[in-house]
Design a protein around this ligand. Sequence first.
Ligand code: SF4
Length: 359
Amino acid sequence: MADGSFAFTPAVEDATAALWQKVQGQVTPLEWRLHAPLIAEINRLKREKNAVILAHNYMTPEIFHGVGDFVGDSLGLAREAARCDASIIVQAGVHFMAETSKVLSPGKKVLIPDLRAGCSLAASITADDVRLIKARYPGLPVVTYVNTTAAVKAETDICCTSANAVQVVEAVAREWGVDRVILLPDEFLARNVARQTEIGIIAWKGRCEVHERFDASDIAELRAAWPDAEILAHPECPTEVLEASDFAGSTAAMSDYVARRKPRRVVLITECSMADNVACDAPETEFVRPCNLCPHMKRISLENIHAALLEERFEVTVDPAIAVGARAAVQRMIDLPAPAVAARYDLVKARHHVDVELI
Ligand code: SF4
């Protein structure tokens, strides 16, 4: 390891054998010989430094299955991190997720392997924008998707995820005694939520650059090529995509659908690595993959996770005053009763046109 690389020794092969069993459908033997030594070293460093790695669903399988201690969506990861007694959290995800982890775990050191790992949705809106929106719509509650910066969360009343957005919108409207709610910043999530509720939605023009690229013609082509495939779409996709799909739900709801229903062939209309990671646990299902890559998520690699842990770089901090407001918005969401099952979007309702007011 004089040149900084690690060798695929028999000890490494032995230490990573169970992980190889899990990912071998998604990772080639040649790739594994490169990944396994780093995985073994990262897992050793975690023990030495009392660190945990939070791996988002959009991480590649060698990260998600190889070094992730907690895996899942951004909020689930941050909540798990807050509960554990680790000293260091490495966020294998994007910057707003690391901020959420810091907000919920102020006493822990939170590291992100690449500071450039951003998000088009989080970048679409600032705290100043939210202040202007509140001035324009006084008396209406502001619900913010967790895919936002801590500064934006701090300006808002309550957070939501794609799994609970409908529930949060209805709960906050009841609490405030209003029939309209401001839901920021994802336009498509807002439009899709609007079709599921009687509450009027005021929306912002933020987009996830991964999900906005899908359109109805993609679904039509998939249907023609794979008539027996079940098509599952994420609610950050345009409404026409949900209308044409067989199921719509959050990342957790999509995983849950595959695990429970074991479809013979499935298409996940979302980020590419999601299908790879779900496929590791669903050998009986064939995955058709018309996926889009998130360039921000793909900045995270085993190499920079290793460097982050070794050098304890790049630390993510949140101004304490902002953290207080952001934590309150997240906590109000957490305090709502958890849904009994992972949220799904009713496709009958999803096919009925309901307009939103776009700011
Ligand atoms: S997939 Fe979309 S929402 Fe998630 S980090 Fe990438 S750009 Fe942001």
